[in-house]
Design a protein around this ligand. Structure first.
Ligand code: MN
Length: 715
């Protein structure tokens, strides 16, 4: 539907009763003349485009010159008309605006980064003359994005990318949220239809549930506000698609939590009401500590003002409520454009110059001729994207990363394999630790080793979604691999007791029947189930044996050696990432809670848990070692053997027993061995809670008169 000039004039007159309608008509007639016969790709007359841009300018309550310039913004570029024609017909003000927009034309350069730098530089220069030029350019882009569907596909992607890189951040910096949101969602749609649809479907499918929740929250808020006599308007609606998408990327989540999609807003008449309303919100729901933001006291650089209260909502979920006045709301939605609308009302204490300090700085920078394009862009981008950093590869390629990124983030942004094989990094030629935080402008070089593998601790050092997801995928895969390996060994070991082998039963097809019976897809799945102790190896082997042999089967001793603790899922041990695994405690070093431990994948007997300093581990192949931890939630008693040299003196045993009794330590076993006249070696097996208790017990023993020495021994 083509916009009509009458509608635009009416819209302008609504906010500007003294508007020079004749001038607008003149601009319209001139535009109609120069674009006569031209057709948009949509099939509409070309004139529909300048009319739509003019309507957008009117929506933002811009002045008559801006409306005229909008009507003529493509006239000089796309027809025979000249700037002089425009000056003659409509005056210098309009002509300068038209000229400003015309000068921000597309340029062709070798790299995307250079094109961006150049067009940004031009825009900034244009703004130096008149900020209305930028608003005009944004409106022009917005309408082109709305009609982008008529463009060929490759052009769609380029234009959408440019919009996301330059125009949407510009709209954000100017505080025109309404345009920013639309530009981002349209770009998102054309750049990544798959994810766009995913987000859209999610928002649509959760509608009923969401509306119910929104109504409940709105109801509770309205009731509470009324009770305190605060007049307000309350809204609750989904955030825009692109911001939901970014959130899922940042948190590496699927769009699952519907509360995350929502933004609640309370709009009140006056400033003092904001803080009162905040009090009401905090009395309704518990605030999340450290999450409150006061952008009223400290406005954002794009003039945005609001209170952001983060609370645990009625269902105990995290929820954000934004509180602001009508005026703040207007500025939040329309930013710089609201300036014209609130010209009189905006309090005079904040000078326009201060508000646009960032803009003035940009303009000054852009006028320094000595600054080269990429240097300028670096400083500009820092300002446009406060959450991003820009670093360089050794070849000078720019990589965009979230603020706080480390060399590991960088490595994964180059290539997953580079990330996986990272062993070190140089920043600006100097070796840095992998946790080093990168800054915009850094040149980063990654040192790799093809044998190197990602480490779970890296997850604590990265901030980019890409690095995070690649590392966790690797770690998961690695652990799964280890559990297959473990499961196979357990199975094979069990089979060999019956003169079978895993290889043999796989080859002769007998294993297939078992897989089918237990409903496993393949051997990997079965091995994993065995490793995770979901199915016992004996059950599997039993299916491979004739019936009578199965009955004679005895519990193999080595599955649960006496005194070595409960073998299966002892409960006290957590194997990282793997649950319910077959674990046993090594007898050589008898680890105790509180001591560092390491798992060792044995051949066929699950994971044996040693003290990390146990010398046995030194002789073990690295692949068989596994990270394990004590599970503090499971109280456990471990047998520990003490060996004591005792002077043969009556009563010493009673003292030992007494000392242990006061510490409530149970004696499991005691034996004595007289080694020489006067000295007896006493061996005790005690049930000990943790390393701390053992320390106390040893100290107590050494304090007993007659005890020459006391130390820990292998079981
Ligand atoms: Mn245009």
């Amino acid at each position: 539907m083509m916009m009509r000039i009458n509608e635009i004039i009416e819209a302008v007159q609504e906010y500007n009763s003294e508007a020079d309608v004749a001038l607008i008509m003149k601009a319209y007639v001139f535009s109609a003349q120069v674009h006569a016969g031209q057709v948009r790709r949509s099939g509409e007359p070309y004139l529909s485009h300048p009319l739509s841009v003019a309507a957008l300018m009117a929506e933002m309550h811009l002045d008559v010159a801006s409306i005229c310039a909008a009507l003529l913004h493509d006239a000089v570029e796309d027809s025979n008309a000249t700037v002089e024609d425009v000056i003659r017909l409509l005056g210098k003000d309009v002509a300068e605006l038209v000229d400003g927009v015309t000068k921000i034309t597309k340029i062709h350069a070798s790299s995307r980064a250079l094109v961006q730098a150049e067009s940004l530089r031009k825009m900034i220069l244009a703004m130096a003359r008149d900020i209305r030029v930028l608003l005009l350019k944004l409106a022009d882009r917005l309408h082109n994005m709305r009609t982008l569907g008529f463009m060929p596909e490759d052009r769609q992607k380029n234009i959408a990318q440019e919009t996301l890189d330059i125009y949407a951040p510009m709209a954000n910096r100017l505080g025109i949220r309404r345009w920013q949101v639309e530009l981002e969602d349209l770009s998102f749609y054309y750049l990544d239809q798959g994810n766009y649809k995913k987000v859209k479907d999610k928002v649509a499918s959760s509608r009923a549930e969401r509306e119910e929740f929104v109504n409940m929250v709105k109801g509770l808020l309205a009731e509470a506000m009324a009770k305190y006599g605060i007049r307000c308007r309350i809204s609750g609606r989904p955030k825009h698609f692109y911001s939901i998408y970014l959130k899922t990327l940042r948190n590496n989540l699927d769009v699952d939590d519907l509360y995350d999609l929502l933004a609640f807003r309370v709009i009140v008449p006056e400033l003092k009401d904001c803080y009162e309303a905040l009090g009401v919100v905090h009395s309704l729901w518990r605030p999340i500590p450290g999450r409150f933001r006061d952008y009223i006291g400290m406005p954002k650089s794009n003039m945005y003002q609001s209170l952001h209260a983060s609370v645990l909502g009625p269902l105990g979920q995290r929820m954000e409520v934004q509180i602001r006045t009508e005026e703040m709301h207007m500025i939040a939605e329309e930013g710089i454009a609201a300036h014209w609308q609130y010209k009189e009302k905006i309090s005079g204490n904040r000078q326009e110059g201060q508000r646009f300090a960032w803009l003035r700085q940009l303009i000054e920078d852009s006028q320094k001729e000595t600054v080269d394009a990429s240097e300028f862009m670096r400083s500009l981008r820092m300002d446009l994207y406060p959450e991003e950093i820009f670093v360089f590869t050794p070849q000078g390629e720019v990589k965009e990363l979230p603020k706080g990124s480390t060399p590991i983030d960088f490595a994964y942004s180059v290539h997953s394999q580079v990330g996986h094989n990272t062993v070190g990094a140089k920043v600006n030629g100097r070796i840095v630790p992998l946790r080093h935080e990168l800054n915009t402008g850094d040149q980063v070089e990654i040192i790799t080793n093809p044998q190197a593998k990602p480490n779970k601790d890296w997850l604590k050092m990265v901030v980019s979604g890409r690095a995070r997801s690649r590392i966790s995928a690797f770690v998961r895969e690695d652990e799964r691999g280890k559990s297959y390996h473990l499961g196979r060994e357990i199975l094979d070991r069990e089979m060999r007791k019956h003169s079978l082998s895993l290889n043999g039963v796989t080859k002769d097809g007998r294993l297939n029947a078992v897989l089918e019976e237990f409903n496993f897809k393949d051997l990997d799945q079965l091995s994993a189930a065995v490793a995770y102790a979901k199915i016992s190896p004996r059950m599997v082997v039993a299916r491979l044996l004739p019936k009578d042999e199965e009955k004679n089967e005895e519990t193999p001793k080595d599955l649960a050696p006496p005194g070595s603790g409960k073998a299966r899922g002892s409960g006290a041990i957590k194997v990282r990432g793997v649950e319910d695994v077959l674990t046993r405690f090594a007898r050589c070093c008898t680890p105790l809670p509180g001591e560092a431990i390491t798992g060792f994948i044995t051949r066929g007997r699950g994971i044996s848990v040693h003290r990390s300093d146990c010398p046995i581990l030194l002789g073990v192949e690295h692949e068989r070692l596994l990270e394990v931890q004590w599970d503090d939630s499971v109280p456990t008693l471990r047998p520990v053997k003490l060996q004591m040299e005792v002077a043969n003196y009556a009563g010493v045993f009673a003292d030992i027993a007494q000392a242990l009794k006061t510490k409530s330590v149970n004696i499991e076993k005691i034996s004595t061995n007289k080694v020489s006249s006067g000295i007896t070696v006493v061996s005790l097996v005690l049930d000990i809670k943790d390393s701390e208790q053992l320390k106390h017990v040893l100290a107590d023993m050494r304090n007993i008169k007659g005890v020459v020495s006391a130390s820990r021994a292998s079981l």
